[in-house]
Structures are given as structure tokens and as C-alpha cells.
Design a protein around this ligand. Structure first.
Ligand code: ZN
Ligand code: ZN
Ligand code: ZN
Ligand code: ZN
Length: 383
């Protein structure tokens, strides 16, 4: 978590309020908490250590990184038995002794790695792009290595994404606040925390990111993307009305700035539709998806995760209405097609593929509907 709270009483300090320890930058709401932390909270012993690690934010990031790597390796332990890292070729990391992970779309014996090795690779590739002053598109692609598998080209998910988020943040947190890698790292951390289901922490990182972006005067487009992420966290903590409000703004904002074919616009169109479904604005969601699915298919491709998500949401608007035979049968067809594509592109264990587990239920609704219509036709009435 980005440190925005008093270390003693957890009062929210935003990015700038309160007081910092002059040596290690640990943050407090005021002198009383600082004094208490020193005298009774053990800060007298830790202060030097924190300073040596590079200050409170860095110390915290290092600690959370180590914890998150352990969690990721434990979650993958069964899956990685007998495998080796595709980067360092070892099963145990030579230095950290951490275990292997794999949470992307790689299958068979491909894609097993140490979080440390993945992080080291991303760090080197980003540094090289900066050193050689490669253009911004290449830099963005290189930076994506902090969250995307280089072998299957799919995003990491779950606790592995979370560990990589901490890895990224720990790598760049020591840089000046306006440094572009640090700004992007904060974004990786927020999305990683969400993937690891640390929703409250994700929310506070994203709120800090938005406040920082506004203060630094980053582009309107960047602010909209941060707000889009923030809306996702609102949704996860149950603030669905807030999520819908922000997502509407983000979608129409990006539409105006980047046009309807931009991948960010398309992703936010789907997120907006998702929020509309959540709050039962089914017709509006349906209309939006009817317009944007053909665009996503054309621009991003059939196997792209955004295209797949849009189509799943569309099936959801059809089946949750559940009114007509045509709707239900189109929902079943769509879900069957999606299941095939998702198994091929993302693999069976991917959260998206698992989310298609609703298919049997929709099939059953269709069967019931057909039977009722048949019975009505025979003069038996519904039921
Ligand atoms: Zn305090
Ligand atoms: Zn201190
Ligand atoms: Zn390795
Ligand atoms: Zn992969």
C-alpha cells in the first residue's frame, strides 16, 4: 500500500499532510504519535534499519514484496512440481530460495518462473529502452512486461500479478515523484493489489495515484485511465453506484479524446456496460455492447480479453433478462463459442474461463423455456 496513513493511529494523511520522521520518513499525523512510536512502538530500534533500506516507503515495499512472493509461490506450489524457471533454469532461486510461479495462459512445461527473475528481466528491458531513448510506444511495451507474460502474451493474474505489482513498485518507488516509471509503477501496484484481492489497499493506492496525477498535471487521458481503474475498485468494495458514475465519465471522456476504436476506449466501454448490468440498466448495456463488440472484434481480434469480456457481458444482458427464446438461445450460443476460444487462448485455469461456468445454468433456463413454450402450444399453459 502507498503509505498515506499515520503509522500509529492510521489517520488518513493523503499525499502531503502530517509529519515525517526526519531520518527515515515514516509518516505521522503529528508529534504526539511520533513520540509514542519512538518510545513505545519500537521505532527507536527500527528507524536506522528503515533509513538504511531507503526510507519508509521503500522499506514497506520491500517487506510487502517479500510477503507477496511467498504467497504467490505457495499458491502455485502444486502446479510447479518438478519444473524449472525458464529464465534462470533452476527450480529454487539461487539467491532468494523462492519457489516457482505460473499464472498466465502458458501450459504444459512452458512459462514457469521466479517472480524475482521476471522482475529482473522487466527491470533490465525498461532500463535499456530508457538508456537508448527508444520511442514511447516501445517504452510502454517494455513496461508492460511488469504485468504480461512474454511467452503467451497474456496478462498475469491473481497473486502472481500482485507480487509483480509490488516488485515493480519496489523497483521505482525511490525515484522522484514526477518520474514516469514511478508513476507507471504506482499503476501496476494498484492493479496488482486488485488482482490479489486486496481491494481496500488497491483503492487507497488508486486514490493516491489520482491525487498525484492531478497535482503533477498529467494528461487528461492518463487521469481518465486512472479513474477507470479506481472505478473497478469501487465495484469490488461494493460501491456500485460510484463505479457506474465514474465509468460513464471515463468512457465518454475517452471516446471524445481517443475515438471509438482506441483500445482504452473499448476496454472502458465494456467496463461501463459491466456497471450498467450490475445496476440492472440492461437495455442501455445491450445497446452499448451491440455497438462496440463489432469494433472490438475488428480492432483487437476475436481472442483478445476485452473482446471476450464484452461478449460475455452481452450474453449476460441476454440471459439475465431471460424473457424470450431468441435471447436465451443467443446467450447459449455466445457462451459456448466463448468457452472454446477462452480455453484455447487463456487456458482452463484463467479467471475468465472459470467465469464461463454459468453456461450450464443458462442452458437449463433455455431448456425450461423451450418446454414451457411447447406445453403452451399444446394448450397446457405455462409451468
Ligand atoms: Zn497518528
Ligand atoms: Zn524514523
Ligand atoms: Zn528463475
Ligand atoms: Zn505465459
Amino acid at each position: 500500500m502507498y503509505l498515506t496513513k499515520c503509522a500509529v493511529c492510521a489517520t488518513e494523511l493523503g499525499l502531503t499532510m502530517g509529519k515525517k520522521c526526519g531520518r527515515c520518513s515514516t509518516r505521522y499525523c503529528g508529534p504526539a504519535c511520533q513520540k509514542q512510536h519512538w518510545e513505545e512502538g519500537g521505532h527507536d530500534k527500527l528507524c536506522k534499519l528503515i533509513k538504511k533500506a531507503g526510507g519508509a516507503e521503500q522499506y514497506h515495499a520491500n517487506k510487502k514484496y517479500a510477503e507477496s512472493v511467498t504467497i504467490a509461490a505457495e499458491a502455485c506450489a502444486e502446479d510447479v512440481k518438478g519444473q524449472t524457471c525458464f529464465i534462470c533454469t533452476q527450480a529454487l532461486h539461487w539467491k532468494t530460495k523462492e519457489g516457482l510461479v505460473r499464472m498466465c495462459a502458458c501450459r504444459g512445461t512452458a512459462g514457469f518462473a521466479h517472480v524475482s527473475c521476471l522482475a529482473e528481466q522487466a527491470k533490465i528491458l525498461v532500463a535499456e529502452a530508457v538508456e537508448n531513448n527508444l520511442d514511447s510506444k516501445v517504452k510502454t511495451e517494455r513496461f508492460a512486461r511488469w504485468s504480461m507474460c512474454s511467452l503467451c502474451k497474456q496478462g498475469y493474474h491473481g497473486v502472481v500479478r500482485c507480487a509483480l505489482g509490488w516488485a515493480c513498485w519496489k523497483t521505482y518507488v525511490g525515484r522522484p515523484e514526477a518520474d514516469s516509471a514511478r508513476i507507471m509503477a504506482m499503476n501496476q501496484l494498484g492493479n496488482g493489489l486488485r488482482a490479489g484481492e486486496h481491494y481496500e489497499d488497491a483503492l487507497s493506492v488508486m486514490e493516491a495515484e489520482l491525487a498525484m496525477g492531478r497535482r503533477l498535471g498529467v494528461s487528461e487521458e492518463h487521469l481518465l485511465i486512472v479513474q477507470g481503474n479506481l472505478a473497478g475498485s469501487y465495484e469490488m468494495v461494493g460501491r456500485t453506484e460510484d463505479a457506474l458514475r465514474v465509468r460513464r465519465d471515463v468512457y465518454f471522456g475517452l471516446l471524445r479524446l481517443n475515438g471509438e476504436l482506441d483500445p482504452d476506449t473499448l476496454r472502458e466501454a465494456n467496463n461501463f456496460a459491466d456497471s450498467l448490468c450490475d445496476l440492472d440498466h440492461r437495455d442501455e448495456a445491450k445497446m452499448l455492447l451491440r455497438k462496440t463488440i463489432p469494433l472490438a472484434r475488428r480492432v483487437l481480434g476475436e481472442g483478445n480479453e476485452i473482446t471476450l469480456r464484452m461478449r460475455r457481458n452481452y450474453a449476460r444482458t441476454l440471459s439475465s433478462g431471460g424473457d424470450t427464446l431468441d435471447d436465451l438461445s443467443e446467450a447459449v450460443d455466445t457462451l459456448e463459442d466463448l468457452e472454446q476460444i477462452a480455453r484455447r487462448v487463456l487456458g482452463d485455469a484463467h479467471p475468465f474461463t472459470e467465469s464461463l461456468g454459468i453456461l450450464p445454468q443458462v442452458r437449463e433456463a433455455l431448456t425450461t423455456k423451450r418446454r414451457n413454450i411447447f406445453l403452451e402450444g399444446c394448450g397446457f399453459g405455462p409451468g
